[in-house]
Design a protein around this ligand. Sequence first.
Ligand code: URA
Length: 238
Amino acid sequence: SVKLYMNGIRQHQYLKEIGITVWLERKLAGKETTGFNVKSVSKENRLLETELDKNLDYLSSQVQTCNFCELHKFRTKAVFGIGNKNADWLVIGEAPGVEEDLKGEPFVGRAGKLLNAMLLSMGLQRKEVFIANILKCRPPKNRDPKLDEVEACGNYLRQQIELIKPKVILALGRIAAQNLLKSTTPIGKMRGNSYLYPGSDLPVVVTYHPAYLLRSPTEKRKVWEDLKFAQNIFRGLI
Ligand code: URA
């Protein structure tokens, strides 16, 4: 139909933005876009909306005043996370950068723009998903998170996952992937496998971090493979 075909065209524009050209047979164009054939999943055991709002707001207020690790001394704003509280997709990055620290919102810098394009290439708008980080406060000079910081912050992310009850987690980059999955495997080896969030049946898909893609644009094709893989897992095809 025209609508499907339009979706196909729009998707190609987003793919172009993330540096990928995909050739589809015209009769297939659109089939890989959003919304179609997605297994409808019941959200019955999700909390009542108001209760969910209340619990997430409370958790967010705890994060704003948290002093469990030394990073609180350097922050402008803690970055709780943003998006749809009933999201099917939970996107997890590493830690706020300079712009995120100023704004109190994850992925608002250049990497964030690329993340938005990655999401749109899957037919997902930024506001449909929930975006959070392993660390809620910015490490000085964007250094890697330290183990004690990850541990101090870990409970916030665990509670976010429990409350939001996503259907799939997309882990962006090594820090997110290794910490979520308690693994030391290099990210290049983790890609392409489906993992479960420890102690749950929640699938986790690993891909490169958009900030890495800004430095290594030739890796974008691999990310597109990962995103298709994630969509197939979400649709229950894998
Ligand atoms: N990089 C991240 O991992 N998270 C952000 O929020 C911004 C950049």
